[in-house]
Design a protein around this ligand. Structure first.
Ligand code: NOJ
Length: 530
């Protein structure tokens, strides 16, 4: 098997707005990331993925792009980007960036031109404009709903206030969907890819990678089929349509034409591992996020099943499997696993398990500090469009996007210079979790991550390759990665003993004892050399 960096990389996701603020405007920026890069090198990550930093009104945190070839002034300049890329490369850290091809911002030049143009014009044909249903066209063209809540269609009004055509937006009304049957859309995005590849990026994370192609004629969604990020999706006429694969074949030819090892990773909420693997056929994308793993409950049988199906489905197309527990769209895994001390214990064990699996792992900023979700943000602080679009019933994703605590006992905890007001309020509880409070502290979450990532770098058995399950008591997962490297995780609440022992390389919590036999406390994981 050919070796490529992404097949075993630990890739650290930076939510740019919340990572580090160099100028005190309350939002993170590229210069802030640049300053903190040595910390990421010390943590031991192989690559970073930057969420969108492009020109954007930030109606959806930057996933509403108004100019794909420039940096939003609040995040810096193209020069800052080049400096960041060069500094990362000097430290041996690769950089992948987001590309958002399903929709643009409504502030994008193309959309403004479309609104100003006539129905049926070339300007409108870059998006999905349709006449409404009903005698006066006052009903949306079909019954699709937005993933953020409410209808997926918004009706335009002409300048004199007369209602006219509708446009499709699977997400916010400020995120009009592009029409990928239009060759101009293809050309534009291929050019955008080249723009950033020429600057030297190591790859792209493709937003809503399963969404660009819609079923012809935009048919109604069948009764009883729910829209949403986590649902079974291939029955939906706007997700996982066969036509998307042709786009990726073209994109793959582009990345292959560049020197260096450029990677394409799909964000595709497609549940079935075999359907996901179709995106990873040898002439398509390199990776896809493993959301089936992310959404798996803390249950040994389920975890084992997901690991097996993921490895089998990806292996069948020759792709390396990815693993992920947190990102900027989901509740942080400390909180998902129950919150409090138990949530943290499980989260740490879950992470150690994940980092021992064959393939590459995606880490979300702040998980190395054991940050929980912030669940009590004041309503007036909420910014996720989900909040308003759901009629204020779903608080949305801001709770995992609160800026990072770097040091100090009070806000802004080193996120920005003294006096900075972070764009989302940072809770007092972040103080003891700051990087400074955990660095070099035996048993801290940060030290566990640092040690595990260092071992991944040192031990050839970890990363890409194979694994073999070993016999273990109920609720315990135990496997071998070759060269005597093994991982055991106890998902139950009670301590267990394993008949084998060896040298403890890293443990997710206290009380692991390797004597004649291995004692593994409840909700704890360990890496062993036997
Ligand atoms: C997935 C992104 O991760 C999410 O943050 C965004 O809201 C949607 N795609 C729409 O772009």
């Amino acid at each position: 098997m050919e070796s490529h960096w992404w097949r075993e990389a630990a890739i650290y996701q930076i939510y740019v707005r919340s990572f580090a603020d160099s100028d005190g405007d309350g939002e993170g920026d590229l210069a802030g990331i640049c300053q903190k890069l040595p910390h990421l090198a010390e943590l031991g990550v192989d690559a970073i993925w930057l969420t969108p930093f492009y020109v954007s009104p930030l109606a959806d945190g930057g996933y509403d792009v108004a100019d794909y070839r420039d940096v939003d002034p609040r995040f810096g300049t193209l020069e800052d980007f080049d400096t960041l890329l060069a500094s990362a490369h000097e430290l041996g850290i690769r950089v992948i960036i987001d590309v958002v091809p399903n929709h643009t911002s409504s502030a994008h030049r193309w959309f403004r031109e479309a609104v100003a143009a006539e129905p049926g014009s070339p300007e409108r044909s870059r998006y999905l404009f349709r006449d409404g249903r009903g005698p006066d066209g006052s009903e949306p063209p079909n019954n699709w709903t937005s993933i953020f809540g409410g209808p997926a269609w918004t009706r335009l009004k002409s300048s004199d206030g007369v209602p006219e055509q509708w446009y499709l937006h699977l997400f916010d009304s400020e995120q009009p969907d592009l029409d990928w049957t239009n060759p101009e859309v293809h050309e534009e995005f291929e050019d955008v890819l080249r723009f950033w590849l020429d600057r030297g990026v190591d790859g792209f994370r493709i937003d809503v990678a399963h969404g660009m192609v819609k079923a012809p004629e935009l048919p109604d969604v069948a009764e009883g089929t729910e829209a949403g990020m986590l649902d079974g999706q291939h029955e939906l006429p706007y997700f996982d349509q066969d036509g998307v694969h042709e786009i990726y074949r073209r994109w793959r030819r582009i990345t292959d034409s560049y020197e260096g090892d450029r990677a394409l990773v799909a964000e595709a909420w497609v549940e079935d591992a075999d359907r996901i693997a179709r995106y990873l056929r040898p002439d398509e994308l390199h990776q896809a996020f493993n959301f089936e793993y992310l959404t798996a409950a803390w249950d040994a049988t389920r975890l084992r099943e997901v690991v097996d199906t993921s490895l089998a489905a990806n292996g069948a197309v020759g792709a390396a499997t990815t693993w992920v527990l947190s990102n900027h769209d989901v509740v942080r895994h400390v909180t998902r696993f129950g919150g409090g001390e138990q949530g943290l214990r499980r989260a740490r064990a879950g992470t150690l398990f994940m980092l021992a699996l064959p393939g590459s792992a995606y880490l979300y900023q702040g998980e190395e500090l054991g940050l929980p979700e912030v669940t009590d943000l004041p309503e007036e602080a909420l910014q996720d469009p989900t909040w308003e679009r759901s009629g204020r019933t779903d608080r949305g994703r801001d709770g995992c996007r609160v800026p990072l605590p770097w040091e100090g006992g009070s806000s802004p905890f080193g996120f920005g210079p003294e006096g900075t007001t972070p764009w989302l309020p940072m809770p007092e509880a972040y103080g003891p979790l700051s990087r400074e409070s955990q660095r070099g502290v035996e048993g801290s979450t940060l030290e566990m991550y640092t040690r595990a990532l260092r071992l991944r770098g040192e031990l050839a058995a970890l990363g890409d390759g194979t694994m073999e399950w070993l016999e273990s008591p109920e609720g315990v997962l135990y496997f071998d990665r070759g060269s005597g490297i093994r991982c055991a995780v106890n998902t139950t609440g009670a301590a267990v003993e394993l008949p084998e022992s060896g040298e403890v390389l890293v443990a997710s919590g206290p009380g692991v004892f390797a004597g004649e036999r291995l004692t593994l406390p409840g909700e704890t994981a360990v890496w062993l050399r036997v």
